[in-house]
Design a protein around this ligand. Sequence first.
Ligand SMILES: NC(=O)C1=CN([C@@H]2O[C@H](COP(=O)(O)OP(=O)(O)OC[C@H]3O[C@@H](n4cnc5c(N)ncnc54)[C@H](OP(=O)(O)O)[C@@H]3O)[C@@H](O)[C@H]2O)C=CC1
Ligand SMILES: O=C1CO[C@H](CO)[C@@H](O)[C@@H]1O
Length: 275
Amino acid sequence: MNVNVPQTVELLNGVLMPKLGLGVWRSQEGEETENAVAAALKAGYRLIDTASLYENEASVGRAVRASGLPRDQVFVTTKMWNNEQGYDETLKAFERSMERLKLDYVDLYLVHWPVPGKYKTTYRALEKLYEVGKVRAIGVSNFLEHHLEDLMGSCRIKPMVNQVEMHPLLTRKPLLEFCKREGIQVESWRPLMKGGLDLPLLRELADKYGKTPAQIVIRWHLQLGVVTIPKSVHADRIRENGQVFDFRLSREDMERIDALNEDHRFGADPDHVDF
Ligand SMILES: NC(=O)C1=CN([C@@H]2O[C@H](COP(=O)(O)OP(=O)(O)OC[C@H]3O[C@@H](n4cnc5c(N)ncnc54)[C@H](OP(=O)(O)O)[C@@H]3O)[C@@H](O)[C@H]2O)C=CC1
Ligand SMILES: O=C1CO[C@H](CO)[C@@H](O)[C@@H]1O
């Protein structure tokens, strides 16, 4: 990564969040996750995205501790799963995550999905964790505009981040605009369309910029002002995905990628997910 380019965004409370991170969903607990996180930190990544659902928080924590980096140089995100929602349940879920991570605090704690009837009380537990200093920032994931409006109608601390599915086939411009207006940082999951990068435009732009299709797509996320967390368990791809701070896509090429949008979800629709 190019250290001369600012690589963080400032959240609503002033906390700096790295623009690029490593996702670890479907990265196996144990060596696979430890090696991936170690490779990412070595390549300059400073953000790791895990969740209680991913069953690899222990490996994430181990790799962060083993990296030798000062704790305040690494930004660790985790989330409670849907069956852990509710006020007391979330406080307990957080303690279980902390026992697995074995870190003194979490940088960002997210409500994983807007479970109907539960996400507001769940979020109150996040406010409590924030106020007592156990988490540096709080936010949500998979929230649509109406979930955010509903939550913001009663919360005391505005969510700082909304982590949602987003990629060239699902550009989510209205949600992006809404979050920008509210000062909520958007973070994209499934940014590489799970590796489905074999699209003619991405190949053309990769040739034009001397980059790979994955790098073109990651750069597109970054230029939209979105934090992104591509997943890989391969050190070469982890390095490749991090080499995105040394070029810039033109406005026209950004717009051509925007035009790939098909409102296509690979994951669940937050309004219709089976909780
Ligand atoms: N909040 C939420 O509800 C959700 C959050 N997430 C988070 O977002 C992260 C990223 O999303 P994810 O679903 O993993 O999907 P991604 O879009 O990041 O795609 C990951 C896939 O792409 C492959 N890949 C990685 N780099 C390259 C490359 N340079 N060239 C070709 N293929 C590549 C990986 O393979 P390999 O590993 O073999 O290299 C893997 O199969 C997750 O890991 C998780 O942390 C994900 C889903 C939902
Ligand atoms: O984080 C997650 C990993 O991917 C799963 C399948 O799309 C999601 O349901 C979950 O939210």
